[in-house]
Design a protein around this ligand. Structure first.
Ligand SMILES: Cc1cc2nc3c(=O)[nH]c(=O)nc-3n(C[C@H](O)[C@H](O)[C@H](O)COP(=O)(O)O)c2cc1C
Length: 278
């Protein structure tokens, strides 16, 4: 396996940080320059830690040019800004009808895909309804099929509350999708090491980044339940492979609501472990 390790010798200072930080110890210094240990190359998980830790940008791996990475120095948000984003994020349940630009949605997904995954598994699939007109058609289809399930008495046990959701829909209140113009589903191969956490982390990052751009999001449990319990055949029809585990669903779009301050959550439970007394 050729990892395409390339060292710009005029820049490399032989510090060995790439060697020390590699989680699978596949690199070594030879004549003060990093090399791939040939019997270890197969173990590379492609995390790019070697590229990111190099202080001089001398190291390229897997064809990645370090000059294309954004430097971290002076480019990170202040901790207080992060805190405001986390505390100011809200579940948005009122949306403008129009689509977001396709490029904006693609960018959001590309950034969210930088979240961590177990063993750096890159199997995440982002299934998105990125045009409001498709979302509208999907909404109508889902509600039509839910209506059929209700009429045929086919709702699974424990899902009678969907009758109330449907009744609200007939009265002009879209409790299922909250009128959002877009829907994102994240899935990952069930055979991977950590498919569910991987998907949930990606959605969490998507949500925070979206809200930093004044794009509203909603963790959509009702849609998730619809796809996993009421209309599971839709998962395949949306193009999600049968061997994938669906992580969750998130509605999103330009909000038709504005929040002005953070909430105050003071009921945090902390279980502090002390291994010694005193
Ligand atoms: C896993 C999960 C599923 C959720 N499902 C729904 C849902 O189906 N419909 C809805 O209106 N809100 C849903 N929510 C939003 C929660 O009700 C919301 O996060 C909570 O009330 C706190 O409000 P906040 O997100 O604005 O802080 C869900 C949230 C999570 C984390």
């Amino acid at each position: 396996m050729d990892l395409q390790l390339n060292i710009e010798e005029t820049l490399c200072i032989g510090c060995g940080e790439c060697v020390t930080d590699c989680p699978y110890a596949i690199l070594a210094l030879e004549n003060d320059l990093p090399v791939v240990l040939l019997d270890k190359a197969e173990q590379c998980i492609g995390c790019q830690h070697c590229l990111t830790i190099c202080p001089t940008g001398a190291l390229s791996i897997l064809g990645k040019d370090p000059a294309r990475s954004r430097p971290l120095k002076d480019n990170l948000p202040e901790a207080e800004q992060m805190e405001t984003l986390i505390k100011g994020r809200r579940s948005v349940r009122r949306y403008k009808k129009e689509s977001l630009p396709k490029a904006t949605i693609d960018h959001l997904i590309q950034v969210a895909a930088h979240g961590p995954t177990g063993v750096n598994n890159r199997g995440l699939l982002f299934t998105v309804l990125d045009r409001a007109e498709d979302m509208e058609q999907f909404r109508q289809m889902v509600m039509g099929q839910i209506e059929q399930q209700i009429k045929g008495n086919h709702l699974p046990q424990g899902f009678d509350f969907f009758k109330a959701i449907f009744r609200s829909w007939t009265q002009g209140n879209d409790i299922l999708f909250r009128g959002a113009p877009h829907l994102l589903l994240v899935s990952s191969p069930a055979s991977g090491p950590t498919p569910v956490p991987d998907s949930l982390i990606a959605l969490s990052y998507f949500e925070l980044y979206a809200q930093s751009m004044d794009i509203g999001t909603l963790w959509n449990g009702f849609v998730y339940l619809t796809l996993t319990h009421i209309l599971p055949e839709l998962v395949g029809e949306l193009g999600i492979p049968a061997d994938h585990t669906l992580g969750y669903a998130m509605s999103f779009g330009r909000p038709a609501v504005r929040y002005h301050r953070t909430v105050q959550r003071e009921d945090v439970q902390i279980n502090r472990v002390r291994m010694t007394t005193g």
